[in-house]
Write a protein that binds this ligand. Structure first.
Ligand SMILES: *[C@@H]1O[C@H](CO)[C@@H](O)[C@H](O)[C@H]1NC(C)=O
Ligand SMILES: *[C@@H]1O[C@H](CO)[C@@H](O)[C@H](O)[C@H]1NC(C)=O
Ligand SMILES: *[C@@H]1O[C@H](CO)[C@@H](O)[C@H](O)[C@H]1NC(C)=O
Ligand SMILES: *[C@@H]1O[C@H](CO)[C@@H](O)[C@H](O)[C@H]1NC(C)=O
Length: 455
């Protein structure tokens, strides 16, 4: 009795996924586009069913209209799945409210723009929407279910190394566990701000780590709240140090929760933007963010690892580095790319500490500002800052002596002020200005007259 009712309900709900989404007047009605499971949490509970993982397939032949995907669809000639092509598997994370992730289509389409591939979206919204700690109990079971699908795809001729998992937040650890089940033989895992709570101290077996795939990379954007603060792959990109993303601070526009979500989801939005390929997002290897900001890392032989679909993120050394921390600064809005500019100040010895604000300007763009603390025991200061355009497009620099009255440093004498590309590129000379006095309340300005040759 009971099981029959459940079967009927399941069939009905599966039918319900074939939603009509045709809106355009000229378009054929597309009655077979599939979507995320949208039953309410209550309906789900009444049904008393388990995780209910389902899969959606998108390819270049159906970028706008997902189809439900399962083992059965493989033997169906109508499926767009092509086992000779690479397969991208998108795994979402915790869904507090049980709503479907809104970004899936955008990510899938960005992937398909770059690569002709099968994009399989894992819908485990049901299992992902209890209290967080209960969801964490589910993630391995979701991974086991995905591994069953992968086994079936292997039987259809897919190679393990042709799978690329893209896991968001908790989805990164789901992907990592699928990798563990396949002994690290799947091709690639990209963790987009892999979840931190309950994972940071976890055993490697239980979280994403470099042994989970041939190449594991992660983008970290909220390592102080929802993200993990430790490196988990062969290449770990820490954007703006891995926390407090530009444009995400708690403000009039963003609640504290909104600000945390903004930080956490930045990894995803930046990845989508990187796939779009408007500008390169490369990470510079360094032992710590502090050293990076102080200009103490050397850059890379050849090109630095780049976010996107380049094989191994463009890393050519073998064996691959493990747990390499890569740093980059970003702007606050798409396409997020910033040029790293090293500001070097040399001052005459100061009696008291002081504070100076450095402002870089390029016409038509938001200005870049950075405050620096100057101390009486040091005369040379270095700081890497992010500006939306390269050195040669900086129109002017301004220095303000912003020290509070407390500091009482009236004049600051600068022996030199230099800005240069960081890490230094080829023959691009630093731009320097010498012998400057900056008084409190009287900003100093300098315009650069320069042209871009090599960009
Ligand atoms: C689920 O999707 C169906 C088909 O689009 C729609 O009729 C229904 O209202 C949706 N249910 C919820 C709870 O959003
Ligand atoms: C798939 O197509 C092949 C050749 O076009 C045909 O022989 C086979 O019966 C089809 N299979 C199904 C399940 O429709
Ligand atoms: C499957 O992909 C291969 C390799 O890209 C291609 O040659 C082949 O035509 C594709 N098959 C179909 C049915 O599109
Ligand atoms: C991708 O780039 C194009 C311009 O090259 C832009 O119009 C589009 O909005 C971008 N899409 C995303 C998702 O960033």
């Amino acid at each position: 009795m009971g099981w029959k009712l459940k079967t009927v309900q399941t069939i009905l709900s599966i039918l319900a996924f074939y939603v009509t989404s045709a809106v355009g007047e000229d378009e054929q009605p597309r009655s077979e586009c599939a979507d995320f499971n949208n039953k309410t949490w209550l309906e789900y509970h009444q049904q008393g069913s388990k995780l209910q993982v389902q899969y959606l397939l998108l390819t270049r032949k159906n970028t706008d209209c997902a189809s439900l995907f399962s083992q059965e669809s493989l033997s169906n000639n109508a499926s767009y799945f092509n086992s000779s092509q690479p397969t991208k598997i998108i795994v979402h994370g915790y869904r507090a409210l049980g709503s479907k992730p809104s970004w899936v289509k955008q990510l899938a389409q960005a992937l398909l723009q770059v690569q002709d591939a099968n994009v399989v979206v894992v819908d485990w919204v049901y299992g992902a929407s209890y209290a967080y700690n209960l969801v964490v109990e589910n993630y391995k079971e979701v991974a086991v279910q995905i591994s069953v699908l992968i086994n079936q795809l292997q039987n259809h001729g897919c190679k393990l190394e042709s799978f690329h998992f893209i896991g968001v937040s908790l989805g990164a650890h789901v992907s990592g566990f699928v990798g563990t089940l396949f002994k690290g033989e799947i091709g690639r895992i990209t963790g987009l701000d892999p979840a931190g709570p309950m994972f940071k101290g976890a055993d490697k077996y239980d979280r994403l780590d470099p042994s989970d795939a041939l190449f594991v990379e992660a983008i970290h954007t909220d390592s102080d709240y929802f993200g993990i603060s430790i490196p988990v792959g062969h290449a770990d990109f820490f954007l703006n140090g891995g926390m407090d993303q530009a444009g995400c601070s708690h403000s009039r526009f963003l609640s504290i929760y909104g600000s945390v979500i903004c930080n956490h989801m930045r990894a995803l939005h930046l990845y989508i933007s990187a796939l779009n390929g408007t500008c390169p997002l490369s990470g510079i290897p360094c032992s710590s963010y502090e050293d990076f900001l102080k200009g103490r890392c050397l850059g890379c032989p050849g090109r630095c690892p780049r976010i996107g679909l380049l094989e191994n993120s463009g890393i050519t050394v073998s064996p691959l580095p493990q747990l390499e921390k890569l740093f980059l600064l970003t702007t606050s809005a798409p396409p997020f790319c910033a040029h790293h500019i090293l500001v070097q100040l040399e001052v005459s010895p100061l009696d008291k500490s002081a504070e100076v604000q450095v402002i870089l300007r390029t016409e038509g763009l938001p200005r870049t500002e950075q405050k620096l603390r100057l101390k009486s025991d040091s005369t040379v200061y270095k700081r890497v800052i992010g500006h939306p355009v390269p050195l040669c497009e900086i129109d002017s620099i301004q220095l303000k002596n912003t020290g509070a009255r407390f500091y009482r440093q009236g004049d600051i004498h600068f022996v030199s002020v230099c800005i240069s590309e960081f890490p230094s590129v080829g023959e691009v000379e630093p731009l320097c200005v010498k012998k400057i006095d900056v008084r409190r309340g009287a900003p100093w300005n300098h315009d650069f007259v320069q042209l871009c040759w090599n960009y």
